[in-house]
Design a protein around this ligand. Sequence first.
Ligand SMILES: [Zn+2]
Ligand SMILES: [Zn+2]
Length: 178
Amino acid sequence: MTAREFPVGEILTLMSGATWRVRNLNDYGNGRIGVGLVNPFNPNHGTAFFADVLAGLIADRPAPPPLTPTMPPCSVCGEEVECDADGFRCPTCRCTWPVVGDEPGGWDYVEATQCTSVIRPFADFTGDRYRDIRDSTYRCVLDAGHESEFHQGLDYHWSWRDNDERAIPAEPPAEATS
Ligand SMILES: [Zn+2]
Ligand SMILES: [Zn+2]
């Protein structure tokens, strides 16, 4: 005998992951109760357990799964930033932000000048409706001489490479020419 009762109609989830509905109980007369189970969606698919055995197979209600912490996206390139004791940091753009507040960030190397690559991303848009934006020019905001092969504009998180025919490649950083 078991203290656990199985009312007909009860939904049971087993530790195996299977979920059944109690269909009927059979008293075998020898002190054991059989519990007939049926697929909640398919009455032709069923199984059965002794009640004392079934009582040991019932799964606990699952806890809410753990969260996956996410960081805000970099306001320059849009990639998820890193976080350490000093604040948020984008290793690609080489800039940081304080964790608290909505202040602008800062560039890692304050002495770095701004990359001079420029692009007209809409230069190949034809038609009158694009007339106003066709000449719009964007400048890379990264450090002059940045390692990343991608230049990065602020607007639209636009990025491009030197071989983009809509772009003018960067001039060498000032330090390199002196
Ligand atoms: Zn970034
Ligand atoms: Zn650049």
